[in-house]
Design a protein around this ligand. Structure first.
Ligand code: NDP
Length: 261
C-alpha cells in the first residue's frame, strides 16, 4: 500500500481524471475526500470507494474551487472527516472551453482563470499549513500540455494552465525544505467528458464530424491515441507517494510524446 495512513483531498473528483485519482489513491490505502460542484457525482464516487475500500475510505462535499469561502468550507469538512489536515492535495478541477481570442469575453476569461488557476491557489493555501506543520505533504496539480505550449482558440485555458505551472514551481521552492513536494502533471488529450464536449463543440461550430475530429486529435500524439484517466492517475500516485519525495517543481507530461519539454 503506497498511501497507507495518508489522507487525500481531490478536487474535480466526480468524474474523469479526478475520479480515477481518487479510486487509485484509495486502493493504495489513502482516505480520500472528493469535491466538485455536482453533488450527485462526488457522492457517487465516494460511495463507490467506500464499497471497494471500506466505510472510512471516502467522503465528499460540494465545492466550487473558484470561490475561496467554498474552498475553506470544504477543507473544514475534510479536516472533520480525516481528524487532521490533508497529507495530499490533488488540484484537478478544471474547465476548458474554446473561443477566438478576439471573441473571448471578460466573463469567459475570468471564469477560466478563476477555476483553473485561482482554484488551485485557494486549495494550496488551505492545504499547505498542516503539511508544513507535520513535515510531510504532496501537492499534485493537474495542468495540461496547454500549460507548456499554445494552440489557437484556447488562449484563456492555456494562460490559466501556464499560470498553474508558475504557481507549482514557486510553491515547490518555498516548501522544498519542509518535507512537502509540489508538482504538476500535464496530460495531452484524455478520454473524458471534457474531450467529448470539445468534439461536440467542434461539430456544432464547424460541422466537422466528431469521428473525424477525434482522429485528428489522436494524430496529435505520436502514439496516435488518447491518454486514459488511469494513466494520469498512475503518475499522480507516484508523485503523491513516499517514493516520489525527490521529485518537486516538475511538470510531467502524460501525452504519448506530443510535447518533448
Ligand atoms: P471533466 O470535465 O471530466 O471533469 C472535470 C471535473 O472538475 C469535474 O468533476 C467537475 O465537476 C470539476 N469542476 C469543474 N469546475 C469546477 C469548479 N469550479 N469547482 C469544483 N470542481 C469543478 O474533465 P477531465 O477529467 O478531463 O479534466 C480534469 C483536469 O484535467 C482538468 O483540470 C483539465 O483541464 C485537465 N486536463 C484534461 C485534459 C483532457 O483532455 N480531458 C487534457 C489536459 C488536462 P463539476 O462540473 O460538477 O464541478
Amino acid at each position: 500500500m503506497k498511501l497507507a495512513d495518508k489522507t487525500a483531498f481531490v478536487t474535480g473528483g466526480g468524474r474523469g481524471i479526478g475520479r480515477a485519482v481518487a479510486v487509485a489513491f484509495a486502493r493504495e490505502g489513502a482516505r480520500v475526500f472528493v469535491v466538485a460542484r455536482t453533488t450527485a457525482e462526488v457522492e457517487g464516487v465516494a460511495a463507490e470507494i467506500r464499497e471497494a475500500c471500506g466505510a472510512q475510505a471516502a467522503s465528499h462535499a460540494s465545492c466550487d474551487v473558484a470561490e475561496p469561502r467554498s474552498v475553506e468550507r470544504a477543507f473544514d469538512g475534510a479536516r472533520a472527516f480525516f481528524g487532521r489536515g490533508a497529507d495530499i492535495l490533488v488540484n484537478n478541477a478544471g474547465i476548458a472551453e474554446s473561443a477566438k481570442l478576439t471573441e473571448t469575453t471578460d466573463e469567459f476569461w475570468r471564469r477560466h482563470l478563476a477555476v483553473n488557476l485561482s482554484g488551485t491557489f485557494y486549495c494550496m493555501r488551505a492545504a499547505l499549513p498542516s503539511m508544513i506543520e507535520r513535515g510531510w505533504g504532496r501537492v499534485v496539480n493537474v495542468a495540461s500540455i496547454a500549460g507548456k505550449t499554445g494552440a489557437p482558440y484556447i488562449a484563456a485555458y492555456s494562460a490559466s494552465k501556464h499560470g498553474v505551472l508558475g504557481l507549482t514551481r514557486s510553491a515547490a521552492l518555498e516548501v522544498a525544505a519542509k518535507g512537502v513536494t509540489v508538482n504538476a502533471v500535464c496530460p495531452g488529450y484524455v478520454d473524458t467528458l471534457m474531450t467529448a464536449r470539445a468534439l461536440e463543440n467542434i461539430e456544432a461550430k464547424t460541422g466537422r464530424k466528431r469521428e473525424e475530429s477525434l482522429e485528428a486529435i489522436k494524430r496529435m500524439s505520436p502514439q496516435n491515441r488518447l491518454v486514459t484517466s488511469e494513466e494520469v492517475a498512475a503518475v499522480a500516485l507516484l508523485l503523491a507517494s513516499d517514493e516520489g519525495r525527490g521529485i518537486t517543481g516538475q511538470a510531467i507530461n502524460v501525452d504519448g510524446g506530443t510535447v518533448l519539454f
